[in-house]
Design a protein around this ligand. Structure first.
Ligand code: ADP
Length: 145
């Protein structure tokens, strides 16, 4: 069974994230979405709420799981029997960031990173944008799966 983890802070989990997971299911038998608690700067949406939202988004799909993890991403991958890390990229800045992470994760845990390009219509969607709108009491439902 080919397993990938999809790690992130998902603060909140957006339609951009959802799309990466759905497309990832063509490549992997099982995807474990990992909410990294260590990378918690100061989260806007409570962990329980993020967990619940992701559960709800994939309740119809038994090939997708969601977990919270505190460890290094490569250790979380090993725990989940995953040889792959799934990530998405929208722009050059994402690419540079992902390249550094991918190199580190390959060295630390021999885990391969698989990057999927964003769909153009989701290129502007980010958790940061959604948090900003939320802080001004705007409707964010169009950005959530
Ligand atoms: P992190 O805090 O680790 O950067 P995020 O929760 O922001 O995690 O995002 C997780 C992954 O999803 C990252 O690889 C990010 O580039 C990707 N991602 C976020 N938004 C989109 C989008 N709109 N389209 C494609 N990939 C995205």
């Amino acid at each position: 069974m080919r397993t990938a983890i999809f790690p992130g802070s998902f603060d909140p989990f957006t339609i951009g994230h959802y799309d990466i997971v759905m497309r990832g299911l063509d490549l992997f038998d099982r995807i474990v979405i990992g909410i990294g608690r260590n990378s918690e700067k100061k989260a806007c949406f409570p962990l329980e709420e993020r967990l619940r939202a992701i559960h709800e988004a994939f309740h119809h799909n038994d090939r997708v799981e969601v977990q919270v993890y505190d460890s290094l991403t490569v250790d979380f991958a090993r725990e989940q029997n995953a040889k792959f890390i799934l990530r998405g990229i929208r722009c050059v800045a994402d690419f540079e960031y992902e390249r550094n992470m991918a190199e580190a994760n390959k060295q630390l845990g021999d885990v391969e990173t698989i990057l999927l390009y964003t769909r153009p219509e989701y290129a502007h969607v980010s958790s940061t944008l959604v948090r900003d709108l939320y802080s001004y009491n705007k409707d964010i439902s169009a950005y959530l799966p």
